[in-house]
Design a protein around this ligand. Sequence first.
Ligand code: FES
Length: 319
Amino acid sequence: MNDALLDVIVQTREVQGADVAVLELAALDGQALPRFAAGAHVDVHLAPGVVRQYSLCGDPARANVYRLGVLREAQSRGGSAAVHVQLQAGALTRISAPRNLFPLVADAQRSILLGGGIGITPLIAMAHTLHARGEAFELHYRARSRSRCAFVDELLAAPFAASVFTHFSDEGDDQRLDLAQVLGDPAPGTHLYTCGPTGFMDWVIAGARAQGFSAEQIHHEYFQVEVDSAGAGFEVQAVRSGKTLQVAPEQSLLAALREAGIAVEVSCEQGVCGTCLCDVLEGEPDHRDHYLTDEEKQSNEQIVVCCSRARSARLVLDI
Ligand code: FES
């Protein structure tokens, strides 16, 4: 992973649908941007302490431009509102190099891409790559209404438009998303990729499991999660910092660490990005994140400190 930040300029900006800012970012010095693979995101540094992850939704084959689609959230904690206000055409900002926590599997026989609302963004990049590879895929875009969505027109005019299917809640029954039919047979080599609001993804994943898809065939990326980091109190020994602290029932582990003066690098603060990952030396975490895999959670070797807690009365952390 490259930790160096990139200085970029907003080369183009347009608002699509009801409230989606579609931005194209280019390197400030005109140099090439690092290549990325479909499914990657960048951290956008909007202000001190305000860092947000946005998926790259452009064609990965298109050099020198990163494309983002950012929905203005009514409940914005500062991120999407800052993007909409600050990142006008010509504005400068800093981003991380692309990171990919949602990669395509190589040599799939069939790929099913299921996007809910603005969760379509990483799947657009995937569609470009799968089309370029000549692999079989379907891209399904479900949203409340056609007029509120971004990217609809361009997807329906894309070279892979025959593989694009839209499903809008306010249109007829004949275009509703029939999940079981779309998922079909989970034959070996079939892979499902989904991104969208938590409720949508939980529905898709539960449907895929019921249909017989294995964990290895289901790939997902949460971008909008409700974080419940409250629970019973517990004690934390922070070994490298030489401190022991109490986490109160209504306090998050992250807040308690900060209160004790222990610096923790964070980004999403929603248990999604893995920036705040910390090694567990003793004790049993109560994992509440969407970053670690089920196997990693069972091993209890690491904890995502921005949202997780403890099942044991005490945790010993390498921090
Ligand atoms: S800061 Fe992103 S997972 Fe904790």
